[in-house]
Design a protein around this ligand. Structure first.
Ligand SMILES: NC(=O)c1ccc[n+]([C@@H]2O[C@H](COP(=O)([O-])OP(=O)(O)OC[C@H]3O[C@@H](n4cnc5c(N)ncnc54)[C@H](O)[C@@H]3O)[C@@H](O)[C@H]2O)c1
Length: 323
């Protein structure tokens, strides 16, 4: 059935792909964004579609819209972006959730929260299961993001329990792909940018820390499956790729696939950087019948091809904190 769907943060890396998928499926899509970490070019190709609408708005402020579904993705996601104005970051998660949950309650809309593996902090449990409550430093420099997302989950559950709001929560692990911001300072974009210009590739720590990387198409499939999931399953559910790679392996693969002449250089690990992160996706498999399909090498190749196709000068670093 055709739905009226609001996507907050809809001009961002994941949001723009989600909008594209929903528009192509014939839904009536409102993309809402304040363009803090994104650009209109991400959704410019959708502007001609009669079932797509673009709104400049900040989720920390109330807004009244009539919709059937809400995907709440608005929040800077890269450390260099969310640490730039940490108070604004936590306001975005907390006040944004309150405003959108209020809208969902008023409209009777189903609302999905894009939560994060960061709710697990620096985990003592591997791989991370949804029942693990996490190990977050509440006064560290990542707390504005991690704790903001944790409070957002709390708000979602309380609106669900107290007001019967139809919620869904997905916990997203590291996701990469075309249209990720080239200056987001995250490991995949840093490595590709450095490799393509034959600059030295910076590894923080000794490179033995592991991450799992999910390609954006797999992630968008899972978000849509979770939104469409009927019954009383509201999550949280982990969404990510469980295959673990060391940061050094990632760098070496990027160098190989891009044919780069870059060398590796090592710098100290930033504060509170988790040493391991890997999702247990058994719940997503059993409840949504979902698992990732795209292998790291294929996803990286598509991402490298996209980086080669863009004009880097068209992209503005949203904050000075990239590198
Ligand atoms: N990409 C990942 O690996 C990852 C991992 C975990 C969670 N997530 C979550 O998924 C969502 C999307 O992430 P992304 O990687 O696409 O990041 P992104 O930075 O590309 O997208 C976030 C979007 O939200 C917008 N935004 C920020 N603050 C806003 C505000 N106050 N009002 C309105 N719009 C605002 C930004 O301009 C941007 O378009 C985020 O909520 C993020 O926390 C992403």
């Amino acid at each position: 059935m055709i739905q009226r769907i609001l996507v907050t943060g809809g001009a961002g890396f994941l949001g723009s792909h989600l909008c594209e998928r929903l528009v192509n499926a014939g839904h009536d899509v409102i993309c809402l964004d304040n363009f803090f970490t994104s650009q209109k070019t991400n959704v410019a190709h959708l502007l001609g579609s009669s079932n797509f609408e673009l709104l400049r708005h900040d989720v920390t402020l109330p807004i009244f819209l009539e919709v059937d579904q809400i995907y709440n993705l608005a929040c800077p996601a890269a450390p260099g972006h969310y640490q730039y104005n940490p108070i604004k970051t936590i306001k975005t998660s907390v006040m944004g959730s309150i405003n959108l949950l209020g809208m969902a309650k008023r409209c009777g809309a189903r609302i999905l929260q894009a939560s994060t593996s960061e709710v697990y902090g620096d985990p003592e449990v591997h791989p991370q299961v949804e029942s693990y409550r996490g190990s977050v430093n509440p006064i560290g420099i990542r707390a504005c993001y991690d704790e903001g997302k944790r409070v957002a989950e709390t708000l979602f559950m309380d609106y669900h329990r107290s007001n019967g709001v139809d919620i869904r929560i997905v916990r997203i692990f590291n996701t990469y792909g075309p249209r990720m911001h080239p200056f987001d300072g995250r490991v995949v974009s840093n490595f590709i940018r450095q490799a393509l210009s034959d600059e030295q590739i910076t590894i923080y720590g000794d490179g033995s820390q592991t991450r799992s990387f999910c390609f954006r198409d797999d992630l968008v499939d899972a978000m849509i499956a979770m939104m469409g999931c009927e019954g009383d399953f509201v999550g949280p559910v982990n969404i990510g790729n469980p295959v673990e790679f060391t940061i050094r392996e990632l760098a070496e693969t990027v160098i190989e696939l891009s044919g780069s002449k870059s060398d590796l250089v090592y710098q100290p690990l930033p504060s509170d950087d988790p040493t391991r992160r890997r999702p247990d996706i058994s719940l997503a498999k059993s409840k949504l019948g979902w698992e990732p399909k795209v292998m790291l090498r294929d996803g990286l190749q598509r991402t490298i091809d996209w980086f080669q196709s863009i004009e880097m000068a068209d992209y503005r670093p949203p904050t000075p904190n990239y590198g």
